[in-house]
Design a protein around this ligand. Structure first.
Ligand code: UT7
Length: 323
């Protein structure tokens, strides 16, 4: 058995900061941010929007889209680095809000690789015959851990949530790859837990994202094509056979460099980074949902989904879109 995505959903906060808004907070410009990252604006959660509330809405929309009732869900798996509370985890609160009484729930923390890791976890549970229907959610309130005094990182991140329902189907597991390098953890770190009310928090830099952007950039540009090539070798196919490379949205230049290294048409690399910025584990499912709802994803299309991020961590999967 293997899992296939049968429904997607997403939620983006109404409020957003465009680059000119950011330029009022730190010394930067719309031109610099667009040119170096491709980002134009990013959504920012208001008081009533939290990692949980966004996860609930994205999950609800994915269930509706996949015509799956909450009582059918065997497992809810939420990927997040910005949970509302230490306990209970976000997945439990989503369960309560959706009325998914039968579901087993837990959160997974692997930053920007989190959604891919959650998808791989779902595949493993389904292949083992333990569960049939799994709700996967990536939800982040990165504005709560952004260092709003660091222009090299605060320009990048946005808030939002994306979700996918994975259902068991007959067939062998498709290939996937993943890895971690804990010795490089320091290049992208945030040592303290989320302080939701960021305006009130003390000036403790440990509560903020601390990033060596150049190191992450180089790692991503090397690792992402390597993973895609490994999957294509395992599938005995070439870049020409893949319809979409759906990658973590961290920087437009990273995605362009990946396409170049794979000698692939950039049109196969959908992007929403201009509108959303980097939403960590939510970026891939938000993009997937946008593509699904706009009709870009067609039955039988071959997709490579790939992420990278803090840890350091990386993961990629091959999938074929359902009819
Ligand atoms: O999910 C994974 C999370 N993280 C990432 O994916 C990050 C990957 N890295 C990146 O996206 C890029 O490295 C950044 C966007 C973070 C930085 O872009 P860059 O082209 O690598 O810039 P840089 O760090 O090499 O800095 C170049 C210059 C520096 O000035 P000097 O030393 O040349 O005078 C920076 O101080 O640009 C300056 N700079 C800025 N200027 C205006 C850095 N940030 C800004 C800014 N506005 N926001």
């Amino acid at each position: 058995m293997r899992g296939r995505i049968c429904g997607t959903g997403s939620y983006l906060p109404e409020k957003y900061y465009d680059n000119n808004d950011i330029a009022k907070i730190v010394e930067t410009s719309d031109a610099w941010i667009r040119e170096r990252t491709g980002i134009v604006r990013r959504h920012v959660a208001s008081g009533y929007e939290t990692t949980v509330s966004m996860a609930v809405e994205a999950g609800r929309r994915a269930l509706e889209n996949g015509h799956v009732l909450p009582e059918k869900i065997d497992m809810i798996l939420v990927s997040t680095i910005t949970p509302n509370a230490v306990i209970p985890g976000v997945a439990f609160q989503v369960q309560a809000a959706l009325g998914a009484d039968r579901a087993v729930c837990f959160d997974l923390s692997a930053a920007c690789s989190g959604f891919v890791f959650a998808y791989q976890t779902a595949q493993a549970y389904i292949a083992a015959g333990l569960y049939q229907t799994i709700l996967l959610i990536g939800s982040e309130t990165l504005s709560a851990i952004n260092n709003w005094e660091d222009r090299s990182s605060c320009i990048l991140f946005g808030d939002g949530a994306g979700a996918a329902v994975v259902q068991a189907e007959e067939g062998e597991l498709y290939p996937s790859v993943a890895g971690s390098d804990g010795t490089m953890g320091h290049v992208l770190a945030c040592e303290s837990r989320v302080q939701n009310d960021w305006q009130q928090r003390e000036a403790d830099r440990k509560t903020y994202i601390d990033m060596d952007g150049t190191a992450v950039f180089k790692f991503a540009v090397r690792k992402m094509p390597e993973m895609a090539k490994s999957l294509m070798t395992q599938m005995h196919c070439t870049e020409a056979d893949i319809d979409w490379f759906i990658t973590h949205q961290a920087n437009e230049r990273i995605i362009e460099a990946i396409a170049k290294r794979l000698k692939s048409d950039i049109a196969k690399f959908p992007m929403n980074i201009a509108e959303c910025g980097n939403t960590s584990s939510a970026s891939i499912p938000i993009l997937l949902d946008e593509m699904n709802r706009s009709g870009q994803l067609k039955g039988g299309q071959k997709i490579i989904m790939a992420g990278f991020g803090a840890g350091l961590s990386w993961g990629a999967v091959y999938m074929e879109w359902h009819a």
